[in-house]
Design a protein around this ligand. Structure first.
Ligand code: PMP
Length: 358
């Protein structure tokens, strides 16, 4: 049998592991930070209509530059942004990949502050960008002095900041982002995949764009927008950054059907984002319950909660799974992460965890 080691793959990919959140057929799935609410019948009808209309021209390539979608995204984000400052791709993962294809690559480096989103170093590896691992404080916040010192020491081409951070839920104060922007010699990516779940009044890094042409703010329709299956991510940045991405993107990367579905979802944003407040309340209730249960819990501005610490977290994860609830074994040793579901799903999670712990 041929194994990976028998193949002439790149030396820098040998021994690496693929991204691997388990996809198991379990009743309660709280492991990949999706929105638990499926599209309504009204939204399904509009999606079907738009997809049908788009399908009528499937013999032709899609709009290569997704102009109408980028206009809609600019309109959604506000902050005076226009289509020329927006870019869209198949999930924010592809956005991040295109960004590293343009600004990272062989001989270049990127820094992230871990624990953070596990795909950042994986995308760095895929683009042959050297990964430099920064750390966080005990409470998972970022100390700006330490972050700046690390950036000055390594002078990376790309700095990753994630706010709210996955898997900790930690939101970054704007002054910390501004300190990093002032110190970074290259591009700064603020990954705001979970921004819509942040507490009201949390400022977005989008407000820093006018002063910072090397800032990239990434977002996604996979989380608050409840469209993970559609694969739509996007970024806002200076128009010159979009010019750079045009050099590396594959032509026609975003299908006609994807563009149509994303525009319908944006038109229905009132309904889709209408679930955010309930999820925030469920999140805060989950944090309170876990703390009452005597566990350590990271403050969360996202739609998930990191909790621990367990001497054998795998046994706890497995025990919860045996009771029909899939959570995620991720983050620092001893911690587990639960995505926020409906109130019924969270009741099932509490019962499962209670069953394991008592
Ligand atoms: N950024 C962060 C911080 C994430 O947690 C995720 C998904 N887990 C993504 C980006 C990528 O999401 P998508 O490709 O679905 O937009």
């Amino acid at each position: 049998m041929t194994t990976l080691d028998d193949l002439p793959i790149r030396d820098d990919l040998r021994g690496k592991h693929p991204y691997g959140a388990p996809q198991l057929n379990v009743a309660v799935q709280l492991n990949t930070n999706e929105n638990p609410y499926a599209p309504s019948e009204a939204l399904l009808d509009d999606l079907a209509r738009a997809v049908r209309q788009g399908a009528a021209s499937l013999n032709r390539y899609p709009d290569r530059d997704a102009v109408e979608l980028r206009k809609d995204l600019a309109d959604y984000l506000g902050h005076g942004l226009t289509a020329g400052q927006l870019w869209a791709a198949n999930g924010s993962n592809e956005i991040l990949q295109q960004t590293l294809q343009a600004f990272g690559g062989p001989g270049r480096s990127a820094i992230g502050f871990e624990p953070s989103y596990s795909m950042h170093p994986i995308i760095a590896a895929g683009t042959s960008t050297r990964w430099i691992e920064g750390g966080r404080e005990e409470d998972f916040s970022l100390d700006p002095d330490r972050a700046v010192a690390l950036i000055e020491e390594h002078r990376p081409d790309v700095v990753f900041l994630t706010s709210p951070n996955n898997p900790t839920g930690t939101a970054l104060p704007l002054p910390v982002i501004e300190r990093v922007l002032a110190a970074a010699p290259g591009m700064v990516i603020v990954d705001e995949a979970y921004f819509e779940f942040a507490r009201t009044g949390t400022p977005s890094a989008l407000s820093l764009l006018p002063e910072h042409p090397r800032l990239i703010v990434t977002r996604t329709m996979s989380k608050a927008f409840a469209m993970a299956g559609a694969r739509v991510g996007y970024l806002a940045a200076d128009p010159a950054v979009i010019d750079a991405l045009l050099l590396v993107r594959l032509p026609y990367h975003l299908s006609t059907l994807t563009q149509a579905a994303a525009r319908v979802a944006l038109a229905h944003r009132g309904e889709l984002l209408g679930t955010v407040e309930a999820l925030r309340q469920e999140r805060d209730a989950t944090v309170t319950w876990l703390r009452q249960r005597g566990l350590s819990v990271a403050d969360s501005d996202a739609n998930f909660v990191l909790f621990g610490k367990f001497p054998d977290r795998h046994a706890v994860w497995e025990g919860v799974l045996d009771r029909g609830v899939l959570i995620r074994e991720t983050g620092p040793a001893g911690w587990l992460r639960v995505s926020i579901g409906t109130s019924d799903e969270m009741a099932a999670f509490r019962a499962a965890l209670e069953g394991v712990l008592s």
